[in-house]
Design a protein around this ligand. Structure first.
Ligand SMILES: Nc1ncnc2c1ncn2[C@@H]1O[C@H](COP(=O)(O)OP(=O)(O)OP(=O)(O)O)[C@@H](O)[C@H]1O
Ligand SMILES: [Mg+2]
Length: 254
């Protein structure tokens, strides 16, 4: 589904990624882990077209992504959430999801403004599928609530709902469990599993919460200073000397 090959990018003199490569299979849950500053979010920024690498290749089902602009990459079926929760706080949960659907609607802003025929029906369909998405993420009861007033766990799921509104095949989640309590994290884990099992999504997740990573991932890649230092099944990573040295061990210290 996703191919990342020999990716390098620097900021000033600092190499954020150096020759990074990995492949994510269709319907896989793939985790990227590593210490702060390892380059995990940078990988997402390159895949979604926000950063241009100095070398390397990124492909989606074999098609080159690097030549495309962010909106084109989104249209190809790539959606993401951001490390810092970014819901529109003064909009309802429902409206947050409707905004995510915007790129997908045939009727653009102009047609809506002119109220041309077809817009009403399309709007009704959009609202219907937004409600369905909220239900899938356990947010149906708060559809009319302002997003800023929701608990963080619900805001994080709302971000995922908004990302899903563009009907992606590949979903990139940047620290979806950041700041969540253990109960909220368990709910989130069940949600992510279901998205793969029932909706057939391929998911790449960046996360520091090792319970989540080890609990839901098929495979894990460990980054350190922009390089991949280990890759394998969760059980293999948990006992991998380099991974433990660079990251997992230091978690215990912390
Ligand atoms: N736009 C940018 N301008 C300058 N430096 C950047 C930029 N984006 C990332 N970097 C640098 O690249 C390195 C990797 O950053 P990145 O955000 O990818 O790390 P990360 O693995 O996501 O870390 P964290 O776990 O803290 O989120 C860091 O040294 C960071 O300061
Ligand atoms: Mg990050």
């Amino acid at each position: 589904m996703l191919g990342v090959e020999d990716l390098s990018i620097s900021f000033g003199g600092l190499a954020a990624l150096s020759g990074l490569g990995f492949e994510v299979r269709d319907r896989e849950i793939f985790a990227l882990i590593g210490p702060n500053g390892a380059g995990k979010s940078t990988v997402f920024n390159v895949i979604t077209g926000l950063y241009r690498p100095s070398r390397g290749r990124v492909t989606l089902e074999g098609g080159d992504l690097l030549a495309l602009a962010p909106h084109q990459i989104a249209r190809r079926g790539v959606a993401r959430t951001f490390q810092n929760t970014e819901v529109f706080r003064h909009l309802t949960a429902l409206d947050n999801v409707l905004i995510g659907r915007h790129t997908h609607l045939r009727a653009g802003v102009i047609r809506s403004a002119l109220w041309l025929p077809g817009v009403g029906r399309e709007e009704a369909r959009a609202r219907e599928s937004a409600h369905a998405l909220l239900a899938r993420l356990g947010l149906e009861d708060v559809a009319g609530v302002e997003a800023g007033g929701l608990p963080l766990g619900a805001q994080k799921r709302l971000e995922i709902a908004r990302a899903l509104a563009s009907e992606p095949r590949l979903l990139l989640l940047d620290e979806p469990a950041g700041g969540l309590n253990p109960t909220e994290t368990q709910t989130l884990m069940a949600v992510i599993r279901r998205l793969r099992d029932e909706s057939g999504l391929t998911i790449v997740v960046v996360e520091h919460d090792m319970e989540l990573v080890m609990g839901i991932s098929d495979r894990v890649a460990v980054l350190d200073h922009g390089r991949k230092i280990a890759e394998g099944r969760p059980g293999e990573i948990a006992t991998d000397a380099a991974a433990v040295e660079a990251y997992l061990g230091s978690e215990d210290d912390a």
